[in-house]
Design a protein around this ligand. Structure first.
Ligand code: KG4
Ligand code: ZN
Length: 359
């Protein structure tokens, strides 16, 4: 086995164009560079990610991000051992832009090509950041993902449960929209909730009455909408306090569901460590609740730094390194896949959200 390997990672599955260089060797695991170029301003007017706009922006920017990542890392293409690229799941036009860029680089340099599952990138990040050993349980919570995974190896994932409809980040964004708060909704709702009374509105805790680790956030979203409409019907509008109470009630419901389902996930998969990733993991109330659940279960709690919790290419380079070390290789037949469940035995996926295929 090669002592030191250096990989370029490319990510373009949603609304961030990203490239990174990661090195793994006797000196440790090192992110030499990580470039993330968001597209928020391009989609702002449309209230969600527009796939065609995303794809075009990825195609225009991905090679520039690669150049920037190589320059920032101080490495040339000839210093690399392989190129890893997100090959799915995600918005197909964006994934294609990344895969074509990686194929072009591989063809021009002769470097091995590795297609990486975007979700594996998220799920393996605690190994890059903290050297976490298998097995562990992972909760992916973002605008597009919501699932518990038992991670037993770099390509051994078991889905323990997940959302049967919306991802929590999607619900945070929707709540912000119906309350006239800015996007992305998560930070805005969290800030508004600070001054609110979580008990004023009786909001549901979906699926807590059902066994298992599946979750649902779509009905909760509708319940907040109804509560908002009732206040408007009664008072003719919403005060700042009404908004704060609705946000606090909504967030408390999400916290209660995630905490209880995490408790159950740790009960069915008795492991020593639990990690969380995804943009929603930035929420302090959610993070604190999950930390408490882990402490009570005597399980180590890990949350990678936020820049590595959200979409980035360092996680793709790292997942590529894990595959590369295990002998995995792809060739020019590598396909971009809109859907690609990590756990191939898990039930069929659940349709499309505004950020692409739900996983
Ligand atoms: O992982 P991410 O950057 O992108 C993907 O969805 O893949 O996650 C973005 C999501 C958005 O829906 C955003 O509203 C949510 O994460 N988010 C939060 C917070 N910060 C970001 N949700 C709740 N509380 C937060 N503080
Ligand atoms: Zn993601």
């Amino acid at each position: 086995m090669r002592e030191t390997v250096t990989l370029l990672g490319i990510e373009s599955s949603c609304d961030d164009t990203a490239a990174a260089v990661v090195r793994d060797g006797p000196a440790g695991r090192e992110i030499l560079s990580t470039i993330v170029e968001g597209q928020t301003s391009l989609h702002a007017a449309f209230g969600g990610v527009v796939p065609e706009i995303a794809a075009r922006a990825h195609a225009e920017r991905v090679d520039i991000c690669v150049e920037q990542a190589l320059a920032a890392a101080g490495v040339a293409l000839t210093d690399l051992d392989a190129i890893a690229v997100t090959a799915g799941p995600g918005l197909i036009g964006g994934v294609l832009a990344g895969v074509m860029c990686a194929k072009g680089l591989s063809a021009a340099t002769g470097l091995p090509l590795l297609g990486v599952n975007h979700l594996a990138g998220h799920a393996l990040t605690p190994r890059l950041t903290d050297g976490l050993a298998f097995p562990y349980v992972m909760l992916l919570v973002s605008g597009g993902h919501c699932q518990f995974l038992r991670v037993d190896g770099a390509e051994a994932f078991t889905r323990i449960g997940g959302s049967i409809d919306d991802a929590p980040g999607e619900a945070f964004d929707k709540i912000a929209k119906i309350l006239g708060l800015p996007q992305p909704g998560g930070p805005a709702v969290e800030a508004a909730a600070l001054g609110g009374d979580p008990l004023r509105f009786a909001l549901p805790r979906p699926l807590l009455d059902r066994a298992g680790c599946d979750m649902s956030f779509s009905g909760l979203k509708t319940a907040v909408l109804r509560a908002r409409d009732a206040v408007i019907a009664e008072k003719g509008g919403l005060t700042r306090l009404d908004r704060a109470d609705l946000c606090a009630g909504f967030q408390a419901a999400v916290v209660a569901v995630l905490a209880e389902k995490t408790r159950r996930a740790l009960a069915v998969a008795p492991v020593k460590a639990f990690a969380v990733a995804g943009g929603v993991a930035a929420n302090r109330a959610i993070r604190a609740a999950l930390e408490t659940v882990c402490r009570e279960a005597d399980v180590q709690f890990l949350a990678p730094p936020l820049s590595l919790c959200t979409d980035n290419a360092a996680m793709i380079a790292w997942a590529g390194i894990e595959r590369f070390r295990a002998g995995g290789r792809d060739d020019m037949t590598l396909m971009a896949r809109p859907r690609w469940p990590l756990d191939q035995s898990s039930p069929a996926l659940l349709g499309f959200g505004k950020k692409g295929a739900k996983a």
